[in-house]
Design a protein. Structure first.
Length: 296
């Protein structure tokens, strides 16, 4: 049965509006990525994130609007400064593209909700962690606090929606007729479990194997991700996925001759990648990881 012209026109208008909306979401995310590039460069150097304005690192010329359009400026200028012609790293475009796609992912997975915004904020912090730890082998406390804060807010939202079923309940029996119950938010228990697990690994590595196993930045990031994921299967699948990625990267680095057996490989980037996968696709990732490595 043919569709009436009026309905075809309405469907076309709807598709166009949806496409325009998705374009706005992507460009907004990419613009955030442009700011994250500034954070990645300046935060480890303890420089202001707002002053001075962005400049070319080769010639020092101030960058204008035409130089700062996310993704498209890099493509239009072919990765070169408009003033001096020197090339600059494609990482800037990669970060902008990644955060644009992350914004689309949050919108698609969680809809126009506060949950989507908080998930996107967490992923943005993990992008910063990935590159700063890769470059400087440090994980800024600022990113950790933001991730933990987002996790607490998500937990409060869960408590409001689901009540006590979203909390961790401990039942203690003192005697046959006397007992008590402790109800704790999942974010608080998750922080303790996440940080505690990584502290235990660091202690064992240092005192048993006589080598550093975890930096304190890794410990704090694990605690923050525990606040986001809670103390259950999702956090442990996140931990296992981080370790798996770390093992793969370590083997590749040794095979390529970039690292020796006793050389340090930053673990923060692996934690960041696993974090993005678990925050966005936890319902898919967790059963797969747990069935392969823990449950059998």
């Amino acid at each position: 049965m043919p569709v009436p012209p009026a309905e075809v026109s309405a469907l076309g208008a709807t598709d166009a509006a949806q496409g325009a909306l998705l374009a706005v979401v992507f460009l907004t995310g990419a613009a955030v990525g442009s700011f994250l590039n500034v954070v990645i460069f300046r935060l480890p150097r303890r420089e202001s994130l707002v002053h001075p304005r962005s400049r070319c690192l080769s010639c020092g010329e101030r960058l204008g609007v035409a130089d700062l359009v996310p993704v498209f400026s890099y493509l239009a200028l072919r990765g070169r400064c408009r003033h001096c012609g020197r090339s600059y790293s494609p990482r800037y475009m990669v970060v902008e593209l990644a955060t644009g796609l992350a914004a689309l992912g949050a919108w698609y997975l969680f809809g126009p909700t506060l949950h989507a915004l908080l998930a996107f904020v967490i992923v943005c912090c993990l992008v910063v962690v990935f590159f700063i730890d890769l470059d400087h082998e440090i994980i800024p406390d600022e990113t950790v606090w933001i991730i933990a804060g987002a996790g607490v807010v998500l937990d409060v939202m869960g408590l409001v929606d689901r009540g006590g079923s979203a909390a961790v309940v401990f039942n203690e029996q003192i005697s046959s007729g006397l007992g008590y119950q402790v109800v704790l938010p999942k974010s608080v228990v998750g922080m303790a479990v996440g940080a505690g697990l990584f502290v235990a690994i660091a202690f064992i590595a240092e005192h048993v194997f006589r080598r550093p196993g975890m930096g304190w930045g890794d410990v704090k990031l694990a605690g923050a991700m525990g606040a986001v994921l809670g103390p259950g299967y999702q956090f442990f699948s996140y931990f296992l996925l981080s370790v798996l990625l770390g093992a793969i990267v370590g083997l590749v680095c040794m095979a390529g001759g970039w690292r020796g057996r006793r050389d340090y490989v930053p673990f923060g980037p692996m934690m960041a990648l696993a974090g993005v996968a678990t925050v966005y696709f936890g319902d898919v990732v967790t059963p797969v990881v747990m069935s392969r490595f823990l449950i059998g």
